[in-house]
Design a protein around this ligand. Structure first.
Ligand code: HEC
Ligand code: HEC
Length: 401
């Protein structure tokens, strides 16, 4: 039926107004609809965080932006304390090694996320820099958040250190739950977790620092006296005297303990050890967009039926907005193949079994933990060239055949 338009006011001119044709009317409606839809789309693309969750995934697909951004909690930048400044000098000082050519930074290079600066599976060290290590050096970033080694849910917070072997025996009978990305396990895991090194044999950064100083295939000092003598010969010996008093070198133990404390403070205070400046961090905050390939990878990473990587390499911010660490700090026996290129493995009797030895000795008898290694963080993993506890893989794309 044709539309009849009744004029509501008297025409002022002599012209009779013409009724708009039905076609024109429909066109106007269409144009208005188009403008509306384009407007809403543009708004959704510009502010993906504002759209309702149901359309969030569509927006994520279209834009690569995180539809549910969070504001991450980063540690405040602080000026290094005098002790941390001393720690920095120690960290970069090759005169503290037997060879005179190796410092902490040689294997933990600031230019490589405080990991190894070369493509070797393991690093060389020792008095003449000719001896091979056993494991690839991990990145030293973000270790201020590493929990102490424990077995079971809360042992790490106990006032008195628990008897680990006893705990291990108790936990031996509990079934290990399958880990699913995104799902919180129904029962707390009675599994080994936390600690430093691939086998968690040391808890604090201070205790850790003296290990490479004495390791015969690393900085290779003969004993602690040797380290203390080297400390007294440093060009910054005066810093020790100023900070810890004129008698500091009278007690070798005390001097070494302060030096190791200083190295730990450097790693805790120096901002570049924990910047949380990856593209993923910015994506979580809604400040960066992922490419289609990255988005696809993230979904595979999170899908419990596909990669399920996030089952262990946790990738969501915590409830209090701490950035994700890409590890649940737990131990797993993944059965990584033997790396036959390692010098240590020329000995057919040598097996690196992680928690149950040979480098860790307190849980040797706990055979249920043999072959277990700490789940490493995947932060900055693309800057590395040797992967897993024995460096058997040389690229992220390598896969088992
Ligand atoms: C020759 C190479 C080398 C040198 C030099 C070296 N490290 Fe390491 N670092 C390693 C290796 C290899 C590991 C892993 C060892 C293991 O798991 O048993 C490691 C592990 C660590 C860890 C534990 C990291 C983690 O994620 O668990 C810290 C912390 C560390 N080193 C700090 C230092 C400090 C501080 C110095 C200097 C005093 C130093 N390293 C010197 C090779 C080296
Ligand atoms: C059951 C827990 C678990 C799951 C699931 C898991 N990982 Fe791991 N990942 C580990 C452990 C443990 C290691 C170290 C094992 C070793 O060295 O023996 C590791 C090592 C790695 C490394 C080597 C890192 C380095 O610095 O050497 C990469 C890369 C990695 N995982 C990526 C992934 C990806 C990608 C997925 C999903 C396809 C995935 N992981 C799933 C536990 C897990």
């Amino acid at each position: 039926m044709p539309l009849s338009v009744v004029p509501v006011a008297e025409p002022t001119s002599g012209k009779t107004p013409r009724a708009p044709s039905p076609r024109k009317n429909a066109l106007w409606c269409l144009a208005a609809l188009l403008v509306g839809v384009t407007g809403i789309c543009a708004w959704a693309l510009a502010f993906p965080s504002q759209v309702p969750a149901t359309v969030g995934e569509i927006v994520e697909d279209l834009t690569g932006a995180n539809p549910n951004p969070v504001t991450l909690q980063r540690p405040a930048a602080v000026k290094l304390s005098a002790v941390a400044e001393l720690g920095k000098k120690l960290f970069f000082d090759p005169t503290l090694s037997a060879s005179g050519r190796q410092s902490c930074a040689s294997c933990h290079s600031p230019g490589n996320a405080f990991g190894p600066p070369n493509k070797l599976s393991v690093q060389l060290g020792g008095p003449h820099m000719t001896l091979e290590g056993y494991r690839p050096p991990p990145s030293l970033m973000y270790l201020y958040r590493q929990p102490n080694f424990s077995i079971g849910p809360d042992a790490g917070e106990a006032d008195v250190a628990p008897d680990l072997a006893q705990l291990a025996s108790q936990a031996a009978s509990t079934q290990k739950a399958r880990k699913n990305a995104g799902a919180v396990p129904a029962t707390p895991a009675m599994v080994p977790q936390g600690g430093l090194f691939w086998d968690g044999r040391v808890d604090t950064l201070q205790a850790q620092a003296s290990v490479p100083m004495l390791n015969p295939v690393e900085m290779a000092n003969t004993n602690m006296d040797d380290v203390s003598d080297k400390l007294q010969r440093t060009s910054y010996k005066g810093d020790f005297l100023k900070l810890f008093g004129p008698n500091i070198f009278r007690s070798k133990d005390l001097a070494i303990s302060e030096a190791m404390f200083a190295i730990a403070r450097y790693q805790v205070e120096e901002q570049s050890f924990h910047p949380y400046s990856s593209k993923y961090d910015y994506w979580l905050e809604g400040k960066a967009r992922l490419s289609q390939a990255e988005l696809h990878g993230l979904r595979l990473f999170n899908d419990p039926n596909k990669g399920n990587c996030a089952g262990c390499h946790l990738c969501k911010a915590s409830a209090d907005a701490l950035p994700p660490m890409f590890t649940d700090y737990q131990y797993e026996a993944l059965g990584v193949p033997r790396n036959n290129k390692l010098a240590a493995n020329r000995n057919p009797g040598f097996f690196d079994m992680g928690i149950c030895g040979p480098f860790r000795i307190d849980l040797k008898g706990q055979t249920q933990y043999c072959g277990m290694f700490l789940t490493p963080t995947l932060r900055n993993v693309a800057t590395r060239h040797a992967f897993f506890h024995n460096g058997v893989y040389g690229s992220l794309a390598a896969r088992r055949t």
